[in-house]
Design a protein around this ligand. Structure first.
Ligand code: PLP
Length: 428
């Protein structure tokens, strides 16, 4: 099974020993179900590689911002990568006083910069010259020196969906090598800027180590030039995140262990060769930690076939693009499996669609399944960029989210939204 903590026993889908059907009986559908064991195993893998080294893995909150998941990452010693005040507030709510927070993003507002500085952000990852000046101005108003890193755009092709490629010259992220050099020189003259590091993040769902290797080498070449031209000594290098997961048999991503070891070895060897102390290394990983820890379970509402010769079979389910937008947004593939294996019904090819009034509201296409109305089906690999991208489109409530604990019991981590919550911000 794609998500290894979800498996069949006696033709029934289980999560770490617990029957999915039982969870649905209690919490109804659509429901996101996560395996705590899976997340813990990934966190353990990370901590095994770190093992006393000067490495901090920051959990990319955008992947899945549930407070329970943040708490889990915090107690396992991870730092956090945030891209908004809201995400930073989530981190502080789940681990008060958390100091290992890096703040990325091309469009930080003055309020966000102020909030980050007032709450002792570890580092603001600055993405443009105007932002650098803005940070200096906000820091001056608070009479503090802002810890910053400059995000370099290394112009490396991560070979992923264009919407999640972020380290190509044409992308809005970071500064080119030449502009990056100007940024460091400018930073030296800004009294309220404390240059701490350098960062880059080339994209997400990256399936080979090569682009990471290329980006790391480009960052090191940049540092070489930086030392020669400015004498700036960096206390950390942040190599971002982006390690992919397997959504289907076609994807064979490197392990977290290989990714972390390869990139950190390149940096450490580079510094050792020059007789220099390697700086602290940071990473910003999301998908590879939680992506395959979760599924979305939905109920088949109607089976509908169009009658002409090119006819299609539609399985209309009670989840929709507002719950799982990746298919329509990126043409993304989520494997679909039944909660109970039904061997008697004839199998057919299905388009699995939601109730939303858009033809883009599809969750899976051309899937061979044995389906009956009322069946429960699971969309696999739904732990990252699924609940975090959910919306209220068509005034639909966001799903309930539950965690299967390591001992096989279950806890609700996000309530199903109530209708009042959807419109109680509105003024009539
Ligand atoms: C700046 C930054 N860091 C980290 C991440 C996390 O990426 P992933 O979840 O693929 O590890 C992202 C997501 O694209 C990002 O934009």
């Amino acid at each position: 099974m794609r998500c290894k903590n979800f498996y069949y026993k006696d033709d029934e889908l289980l999560c770490d020993g617990l029957k999915i059907k039982k969870i649905v009986q209690e919490y109804s559908t659509p429901v996101f179900i996560y395996s705590e064991l899976h997340i813990r195993e990934n966190l353990n893998q990370i901590n095994k590689v770190i093992n006393g080294k000067q490495i901090t893995v920051c959990y990319a909150v955008k992947a899945n911002p549930a407070l329970n998941i943040l708490k889990l990452a915090g107690t396992e010693n991870l730092g956090f990568d945030v891209v908004s005040e809201g995400e930073m507030r989530r981190v502080l709510a789940s681990s008060p006083g958390q100091k290992k927070i890096v703040f990325s993003g091309v469009g930080k507002t003055d309020e966000e910069i102020r909030f980050a500085l007032q709450n002792e952000v570890f580092c603001l990852n600055v993405e443009s010259l105007p932002e650098l000046n803005r940070v200096n101005m906000v820091a001056k108003s608070l009479n503090v020196r802002a810890p910053v890193s400059i995000r370099i755009n290394p112009d490396v092709n991560p070979d992923t969906h264009p919407y999640i490629a972020t380290g190509l010259r044409e992308n809005k992220f970071g500064l080119s090598i030449d502009d990056g050099m100007i940024a460091y020189k400018t930073a030296q003259s800004l009294p309220f800027i404390d240059v701490k590091g350098i960062d880059c993040h080339i994209g997400s769902q990256i399936l080979s180590l090569e682009p990471f290797e290329q980006a790391t080498n480009k960052v090191l070449n940049f540092i070489d030039r930086l030392i020669k031209e400015t004498g700036v000594v960096l206390s950390h290098i942040n190599l971002g995140g982006g390690l992919g997961i397997s959504y289907s048999d076609k994807e064979h991503p490197p392990s977290l262990e290989n990714f972390l070891s390869l990139t950190s070895d390149i940096v450490i060897n580079w510094y050792n060769k020059r007789g220099l102390n390697p700086p602290h290394l940071l990473f910003e990983l999301g998908r590879s930690i939680v992506g395959n820890s979760g599924i979305l379970v939905a109920k088949v509402l109607y089976l509908k076939s169009t009658m002409d010769s090119n006819g299609k079979n539609f399985a209309v389910v009670d989840a929709a693009m507002n719950d799982l937008v990746r298919p329509t947004l990126y043409n993304a593939h989520h494997e679909v499996v039944p909660v109970i294996l039904n061997k008697k019904t004839r199998s057919s090819i299905w388009e699995i669609v939601g109730p939303i009034c858009e033809s883009g509201d599809w969750l899976a296409k051309n899937r061979e399944l044995r389906l009956l109305e009322g069946d429960l089906i699971s969309f696999l690999s739904a732990g990252a960029y699924c609940s975090s991208m959910a919306s209220n489109y068509n005034s639909r409530r966001k799903p309930v989210e539950v965690m299967v604990n390591c001992d096989g019991s279950v806890r609700e981590i996000v309530r199903r939204e109530s209708y009042d919550e959807i419109f109680n911000r509105e003024i009539t």
